[in-house]
Design a protein. Structure first.
Ligand code: PNS
Length: 168
């Protein structure tokens, strides 16, 4: 059984992440898309919302599961007997951070190998942060996220916009 963990914040999942997940689902028997549970880092979507949205977005892949983890990624990978940590590499700008993380994870557990997958070129400029900004400012995000995420983003910002101001 070749099992890989694809960790991230996924706040929210984008078409770039989904492209990596599709590639991974073809290469591995089982892919665990693992959302990092970080109490100190608050995202736009709650942890529970991210889990539900990711589940909806990957439902067509029978060998992909959405999971969560707390603490060290290598400890989680070991606990689920995954041999591989997967990360997407979009551009050179990703490299330094990813290289540092991969080597640190190797130092922590040399049995878990980090593998990189490149999404389609058209997604190299895509990030959750930019998608959120475009959605917040009313831009069209249809090409960047699946429909369920676009709807959730619109609902999130509609709710935020209509919320009464806290300022006096
Ligand atoms: O999508 P992101 O935010 O780039 O994902 C980063 C993530 C969650 C993969 C990374 O922060 C992580 O692995 N966190 C778990 C804690 C950990 O193991 N830290 C040491 C990494 S060398």
């Amino acid at each position: 059984m070749r099992r890989a963990v694809y960790p991230g914040s996924f706040d929210p999942v984008t078409n770039g992440h989904l492209d990596v997940i599709e590639r991974a689902a073809r290469q591995y028997d089982e892919v665990l898309v693992a959302i990092a549970h970080n109490e100190a880092k608050t995202g736009l979507f709650t942890f529970e919302e991210r889990v539900a949205l990711l589940r909806e977005a990957v439902q067509q892949h029978p060998n992909v599961q959405v999971t969560q983890f707390q603490g060290l990624l290598v400890d989680y990978a070991r606990s689920v007997q995954a041999q591989v940590i997967l990360r997407g590499l979009r551009a050179v700008s990703d490299f330094e951070y990813e290289f540092q993380m991969a080597l640190m994870n190797r130092k922590l557990d040399s049995d878990v190998e980090t593998m990189f997958l490149m999404p389609k070129e058209e997604y190299t400029y895509l990030s959750s942060r930019l998608v959120k900004e475009i959605a917040r400012l009313g831009g069209d995000i249809g090409a960047f996220v699946p429909d369920c995420i676009a709807r959730a983003l619109r609902a999130k910002f509609a709710a935020t916009d209509s919320a009464p101001s806290r300022k006096p």
